[in-house]
Design a protein around this ligand. Structure first.
Ligand code: NAP
Length: 237
């Protein structure tokens, strides 16, 4: 069983992954902005064993919350051997953006890039002790190609992909394996405004959760660096 940090576990992909890994019996430490959102759900701390399940405040724009979350997890579980980075935001910023949209670009940079970077940095020494640690990052197809008018989102996801490559390089000798998951549209709140593609034909969160669960069963020698999953035909996988 693994000791796993999951960011963005309140909704969408992060929540589906948390539910799947809870079923599998892993030790889970969930980072969420508002703990009250989990009350009376299967991820309510009151309904789970405090020795193997905890929920901590985490805001990707607040470095201290990341540090405190890691410290609390190590205090409870003694170690961290897995991080699954799911927290993320999407803003539709055009290349030629309006002056009042500069904050959107700054926010997307802070949450989508600096968030995972800082959280990984805080947990790195613990990951390094395990010899078979895993980092799974929800990147996107937007980290592989730039499409439509998502300038700031795509910029952040290309940067996140680069961060994944660096984590892989620097973690390799320590047994840390990194997987960048690159989905097209996933049926969550993030994709709710997409009206030209049926929700039922989008990637479903449970399928990403199964992929993550299976990834955690693989030995150091067989962990894929990138998993691209698209629900639409494109020239890039
Ligand atoms: N949906 C898609 O089509 C799609 C496709 C490719 C990649 N992805 C990526 O997959 C990841 C998860 O997306 P999703 O579809 O599950 O999105 P979602 O349903 O909108 O959920 C986003 C999650 O991120 C959390 N979050 C947002 N801002 C945060 C902050 N400042 N600090 C900490 N947590 C924060 C949210 O928490 P709150 O509940 O507190 O807001 C929520 O748990 C993202 O990185 C996204 O870019 C999504």
């Amino acid at each position: 069983m693994r000791n796993i940090l999951i960011s963005g576990a309140s909704r969408g992909i992060g929540k589906a992954i948390a539910l799947e890994l809870l079923k599998k019996g892993h030790y889970l430490s969930l980072g969420v902005r508002k703990k009250e959102n989990l009350i009376n759900t299967p991820l309510d701390p009151k309904l789970n064993n405090p020795e193997s399940f905890l929920v901590h405040r985490y805001d990707a724009t607040d470095q201290n919350s990341s540090k405190l979350w890691v410290e609390r997890t190590v205090k409870t579980f003694k170690n961290i051997d897995t991080i699954i980075h799911c927290a993320g935001i999407l803003k539709k910023t055009n290349l030629i953006f309006n002056d009042n949209e500069i904050k959107d670009i700054e926010d997307i940079w802070k949450v989508n890039v600096m968030g995972p970077w800082i959280l990984t940095k805080h947990a790195w020494k613990y990951l390094s002790l395990s010899n078979s640690a895993r980092i799974i990052v929800l990147v996107s197809m937007s980290g592989k190609r730039s499409k439509g008018n998502l300038a700031s989102y795509s910029m952040s996801k290309f940067a996140l992909m680069s961060l994944c490559q660096t984590m892989r390089n620097e973690g390799w000798e320590k047994g840390i394996r990194v997987t960048a998951i690159c989905p097209g549209w996933v049926n969550t709140d993030m994709a709710k405004e997409i009206n030209n593609f049926p929700k039922k034909d989008m990637i479903q969160t449970n399928d990403i959760a199964s992929i993550c669960s299976n990834l955690l069963d693989l030995p150091n020698s067989s962990v894929p660096f990138e998993i691209a999953i698209n629900c639409q035909l494109e020239t890039i996988m």
